[in-house]
Design a protein around this ligand. Structure first.
Ligand code: COA
Length: 248
C-alpha cells in the first residue's frame, strides 16, 4: 500500500468517488446542518484546492477524505468565527468579496470505518498543514468535534474540553490527537453547528420517539436535543472546541 494525498482540483474523479463513501462516517442527524447544508455541496467546485483524499496509489482506493476552507482570522480567540456555521458562511462571503484569506480551517476529517484507529488522522492533519503552506496561509485552525463527548452529552463543553487523564493529556481521544501533533486549545464553542428539523425528522434521524416536548439525550448526540411538539420543531446545537496548529 502506497498512500498519497490528492486535492479535488488535482484529481476530481477521486474526490467524487469519496463523497459517497464519507456518508457512512457520520450519524444521520449530523448530515442535516441548517447552515452547513447550504454550502457543503459547493466546497468541491469553489474550494477544490482545500478538499482532499488519502488514497492508495496502487489501486486508487480511498481511505479518508479531508475538508478545509480558507478564512480571514486575526489570530485571537475572540476573533474566531461563530462556530463552524460562522466559519463556512464567512469563508464563502470572503471569496465572493474577492478578499484574501489568512488562515486555513479544518472542516472535517473522515476516515472510512475500516481504516479508523490506525493513526491515519495524523496524516490528514499533516496534509492540511501542507495545503495551508502551499496556499500561503499562516495557520491551521480546527473546530474539533470531540469524539467521546457523545458519552457525556450533559457535560458543558467548557468543562469537558479541559478534562485530562492521569498522564496530563486530554481525556478526549480526538482532542488528544491534535495536542500530540502540536495543536493547542483556543476556546470551546458551545453553539457551533445548528441542526433543526420537524419532530418526525428528528425521530427518523435518531431512530427514537419524542412523545412530549422537552429535552432529550439521543444516540451519538454531543449535547441534548430540544423538542417542542406544539411548534413541531426539534433543535440542537453541536459544540466544538477551536484548536490551533501553528505553522511557524
Ligand atoms: C475521529 C477520527 C478522525 C480519528 O481518526 P483515526 O485515524 O481513526 O484515529 P487515530 O488512529 O489517529 O487515533 C486517534 C485517537 O483516537 C482513538 N481512537 C481511534 N479510533 C477510535 C474509536 N473508534 N473509538 C475510540 N477511540 C478511537 C485512538 O485510540 C487515538 O487515541 P490514543 O492513541 O491517544 O489512544 C476518525 O475516527 C473518524 O473519521 N471518525 C468519524 C468522523 C469524525 O468524527 N471526524 C472528526 C471530526 S471532523
Amino acid at each position: 500500500m502506497t498512500l498519497s494525498i490528492a486535492t479535488a482540483r488535482e484529481q476530481p474523479g477521486l474526490a467524487e468517488k469519496a463523497s459517497g463513501l464519507a456518508a457512512n462516517v457520520w450519524p444521520e442527524y449530523n448530515k442535516h446542518g441548517d447552515v452547513l447544508n447550504e454550502f457543503w455541496a459547493r466546497l468541491e467546485s469553489e474550494f477544490g484546492d482545500f478538499q482532499f483524499v488519502l488514497y492508495d496509489d496502487e489501486d486508487d482506493s480511498i481511505l479518508a477524505q479531508g475538508h478545509s476552507i480558507p478564512l480571514s482570522w486575526d489570530g485571537t480567540p475572540g476573533g474566531l468565527p461563530n462556530g463552524i456555521d460562522g466559519l463556512v458562511r464567512g469563508a464563502f462571503e470572503l471569496r465572493e468579496a474577492g478578499r484574501e484569506p489568512s488562515t486555513l480551517s479544518a472542516l472535517a476529517i473522515e476516515i472510512l470505518p475500516a481504516h479508523q484507529g490506525k493513526g491515519l488522522s495524523a496524516r490528514m492533519i499533516d496534509a492540511m498543514r501542507s495545503i495551508a503552506k502551499a496556499n500561503g496561509l499562516s495557520n491551521v485552525i480546527a473546530p474539533v468535534r470531540p469524539s467521546w463527548k457523545e458519552r457525556y452529552p450533559l457535560a458543558a463543553i467548557e468543562r469537558y474540553a479541559r478534562w485530562t487523564r492521569a498522564d496530563g493529556l486530554p481525556f478526549d481521544p480526538w482532542i488528544r490527537t491534535h495536542i500530540r501533533l502540536g495543536g493547542e486549545i483556543l476556546r470551546p464553542e458551545p453553539e457551533s453547528l445548528r441542526i433543526t428539523g420537524t419532530v418526525a425528522e428528528w425521530e427518523e434521524w435518531t431512530t427514537m420517539r419524542f412523545p412530549e416536548s422537552g429535552t432529550y439525550v439521543f444516540p451519538h448526540g454531543l449535547a441534548p436535543l430540544m423538542i417542542d411538539r406544539e411548534s413541531d420543531h426539534g433543535s440542537y446545537w453541536e459544540p466544538n472546541v477551536w484548536m490551533l496548529h501553528p505553522l511557524a
